[in-house]
Structure formats: C-alpha cells, structure tokens
Design a binder for this molecule. Structure first.
Ligand SMILES: Cc1cc2nc3c(=O)[nH]c(=O)nc-3n(C[C@H](O)[C@H](O)[C@H](O)COP(=O)(O)O)c2cc1C
Length: 274
C-alpha cells in the first residue's frame, strides 16, 4: 500500500466485527510503532497490547472513550524511568510527541493490514495503570482500539485554511546566485574552526563547557555582523552584550543567565525583521 493511501484513507474505526486479530498481525503493528522517530532516539515508550477478552473488558470499563468492542487494545505509555535515567526531565514533553508519532505509525500499519483502529485519550490514566498493574514508572498516554471492520466511516471534514505556505518570489535572486563577500567566507571559515575544535576538546572538558563555547561562537558572529553591516551594528552589539553577560553568569552557575539569553533572542527577532 502507498503511504499516501494509508494517510488519506485511514479512519478512526469504532465498530468492529467478531474476527480475531492474529498475534503476528498485532506484532507487525507494534513493530511499526517502534520505528517512529523519537527525540534523540530515546524511545521513551512502552507498548502493552491486550487481546484477551477479559483484559479488553477491563480496559473498556475505565475508558469511556472506547466506543464499540475492539478485539485488541494497545496501551501506549511514556516510560518515565528512561527519561529520569538520562536526566532529561526538561525534555519530557518530547516523550508525548514520540509516543504520539509511534501511535500514528501503528494506526497506518494497521490500516495497511486491513485492521481498523481508533486512538483514545478519554480514559482514566491512573485507574487504568492500576487495573493493569503497570510498573509505577510507566504512564499510559494513548490507547489504540484495534479490530477488523465491515465498513470504514466517512472522512470527517478537514480545514485547509490552517496550512500556511510561504510564497516565493521568482524575481528574488536565490542564495546560490547571490554573491558572497570574501570577508564572509573568511569569517565562516574561522567560526567553523572554532566550533569543530570546541566539539573535539569538549570530549575532555566538563560537558557544561559546550554551552559556553556556543555562546562564544554566537558572540563572535555578533561581532562580525556589527563590523560588517553598519545598519545592524547597534542591535548586533546589544545581542553580543546579552550573550557575554549570559556566558559569565553561566560560568559561575548563576541561573539568571537564561534571562539574558531570552533578551538576546528578543533582540534577535528584531534583527530578523530589520
Ligand atoms: C489525541 C486523540 C484522542 C482521541 N480520543 C478519542 C476518544 O477518546 N474516543 C474516540 O472515539 N475517538 C477519539 N479520537 C479520534 C478522533 O475523534 C478522530 O481522529 C477524528 O474525529 C478524525 O477522524 P479520523 O481519525 O477518522 O480522520 C481521538 C483522536 C486523537 C488524535
């Protein structure tokens, strides 16, 4: 099946027939899930697939969002232990995205295999986790109801006005055609050397130094912009000041460095629109 066909023709199926789903088919669906992208390839997920009628009924009893009687249910979970072990708590929102992407993969694969699916978030997360005796570090995020169907539902309407594609002017010279001044090439070469050597020596430095090197590189870029583009001098210098302050605060472990990065980003937005 072409990917496009699966994308456009998959529907949320809520009414299923009596045909059982073979374990090998369930496995194919779940394998498609784990081939989804995940931030940093952390794969911060666990997938539990239930197909015994009493397990399915148990899940349905705490999941009002499951309409109809699926033959199997995937409980797609975030593995919080994995996130904590890697000290990636600040990254935790990525896990929700990762699990969601895996679920979409599974639903598309199910459609290819003739199995209907419906994502469900209307369920009582904590009660479900307890009812299934899931490990405490596993948090159910989405259920996927699965089953064969007699008829696919109609396609609910989609609103194309949410798509915003930047228009391109044919008159504008493309980047390849624009002439790059020599000092820009020299500068790019210098910054390249700085960044690559920073990455190399970071293998024998504290990992936190990497942020200082990035700030230093950004500061050098501001210096270059200030000296090469007079109309951008003030704003480039002001971004540089914020970056240098952030760097010195970061060095002494002062969390206020973030507020200077925020100010630098605000000014950067002005630079973009100037
Ligand atoms: C995050 C999420 C949660 C959903 N929860 C439910 C649910 O609890 N019960 C249900 O019947 N459908 C649920 N759906 C299915 C949507 O109603 C469905 O995707 C939408 O109406 C579009 O229809 P389609 O999937 O056939 O294109 C959910 C979908 C998503 C993405």
């Amino acid at each position: 099946m072409k990917v496009g066909k699966a994308i456009f023709e998959r529907r949320s199926v809520r009414f299923f027939n009596e045909r059982q789903i073979d374990t090998s088919i369930l496995r194919e669906i779940l394998i498609a899930g784990i081939y989804a992208p995940s931030a940093g390839n952390l794969q911060p997920w666990e997938f539990y697939c239930y197909c015994q009628p009493d397990s399915v009924d148990r899940i349905r009893s705490v999941s009002p969002g499951i309409i109809g009687k699926p033959k199997a249910i995937v409980v797609a979970c975030v593995n919080e232990k994995k996130i904590k072990e890697q000290k990636l708590e600040k990254w935790a929102s990525n896990a929700i995205i990762d699990v969601s992407m895996a679920c979409q993969n599974m639903m598309l694969k199910a459609f290819e295999l003739g199995v209907g699916s419906c994502p469900v978030t209307s369920f009582e997360n904590d009660t479900l986790a307890k009812a299934l005796a899931l490990p405490s570090y596993v948090k159910p995020l989405i259920l996927i109801a699965l089953g064969y169907y007699d008829k696919l539902p109609q396609t609910p309407p989609r609103d194309e006005s949410v798509i915003h594609i930047e228009t391109r002017s044919c008159d504008k010279p493309s980047q390849e055609q624009a002439k790059i001044p020599e000092d820009a090439i020299n500068f790019a070469t210098e910054i390249l050397g700085f960044l690559v050597t920073s990455a190399k020596i970071n293998t024998r430095e504290p990992p936190s130094y990497a942020i200082m090197r990035l700030l230093e590189a950004a500061s050098k870029i501001c210096e270059y912009l200030a000296s090469s583009y007079p109309e951008r001098r003030d704003i480039s210098e002001s971004i540089k000041n914020e970056l240098d302050t952030a760097s010195s605060l970061y060095f002494i472990g002062d969390d206020n460095y973030i507020s200077h990065l925020e100010k630098a980003l605000e000014q950067y937005l002005h630079l973009l629109s100037s």
